[in-house]
Design a protein around this ligand. Structure first.
Ligand code: PTJ
Length: 258
């Protein structure tokens, strides 16, 4: 029996997963999503989403490829330049990277807003509470006093002084319709999605094809490094970025391993 056979399928705490396990990150991810479902944070559909993401991550080599790192730096530059940046949180994001989203929001002075595909008052409140437990002081998304135009009922609900008014929005693991509707509102949209062919990264001004577990901490590192950069320097970073090339590079890695 190998030492890895001792990793039970019924892990209670993620500390039980050995860090040198070859599938460590994937096991941690699965564990956090399961925990999220048990706590009423993550929707059951979030498990399907995670399964899809994990297949793409496997093909990407489970690492941040250079084009994704560049996109994460560009995203940090956009967030630092923004007047009113907002980070959107759904049930998968809350389960996977709650503290990391709070740290990013602090680094770029952004708001956090809960915005769900499968919206219920119970899940909104559970996610807001989970974020508070991870250090968030103010969580938006509970008022829901505005609507994203041209989108069906529940998914369209946002805060008037949050996503509705934002100039730059980070929308991780987003559904394509909402990503398109936000694009139509002429917001600068930063999408994190492991599938480069999904509609959300396809419409985003900054598509980040990377696992959210790696992407968010790396965006924070870039934001901290760029904190003293001038507006001109930040604008130059943004102008150099080629979104089509970033999408092609990710697809190339997935299809051909290059
Ligand atoms: O919490 P809710 O109710 O708002 O629902 C959230 C989900 C994610 C269930 C909902 O938005 C959904 O069904 O999303 P989709 O259409 O499955 O899209 C999720 C996308 O995220 C897919 O393209 C996945 O490949 C990608 N993805 C999954 N896990 C990760 C990921 N991308 C980055 N990092 C991940 N860990």
């Amino acid at each position: 029996m190998s030492e890895y056979d001792t990793v039970s399928a019924d892990v209670q705490h993620e500390e039980e997963i050995p860090e040198d396990h070859p599938r460590y990150q994937d096991l941690i991810t699965r564990h956090r999503i399961e925990n999220g479902v048990e706590k009423g944070i993550t929707h059951l559909q979030g498990m399907h989403a995670e399964g899809r993401g994990s297949a793409f991550d496997y093909l990407l080599g489970e690492e941040t490829i250079p084009s994704a790192d560049a996109a994460e730096r560009v995203a940090a530059a956009h967030l630092l330049l923004a007047e009113q940046p907002v980070l959107s949180i759904n049930g998968n994001v809350a389960a996977l990277v709650p503290g990391e989203m709070v740290a990013l929001a602090d680094a770029v002075d952004a708001d956090l807003e809960v915005n769900l595909f499968n919206r219920t008052p119970e899940r909104i409140e559970a996610i807001a509470e989970h974020l508070r437990e991870h250090g968030a002081e103010d969580v938006k998304g509970l008022t829901a006093d505005a609507r994203i135009p041209n989108l069906d009922h529940q998914r369209a609900k946002v805060d008037a002084d949050g996503i509705y008014a934002a100039d730059v929005v980070v929308v991780p693991l987003e559904d394509g319709d909402r990503a398109e509707a936000l694009q139509e509102m002429e917001k600068t949209e930063i999408v994190i999605d492991l599938n480069p062919l999904s509609r959300s990264p396809q419409v985003a001004e900054v598509p980040i094809v990377d696992n959210i577990i790696r992407a968010v901490p790396n965006m924070t590192v870039h934001a901290e490094e760029l904190a003293t950069a001038s507006e001109d320097e930040l604008r130059a970073i943004i102008e150099e970025f080629d979104r089509e090339r970033a999408l092609e590079a990710a697809e190339e890695r997935i299809r051909n391993g290059v």
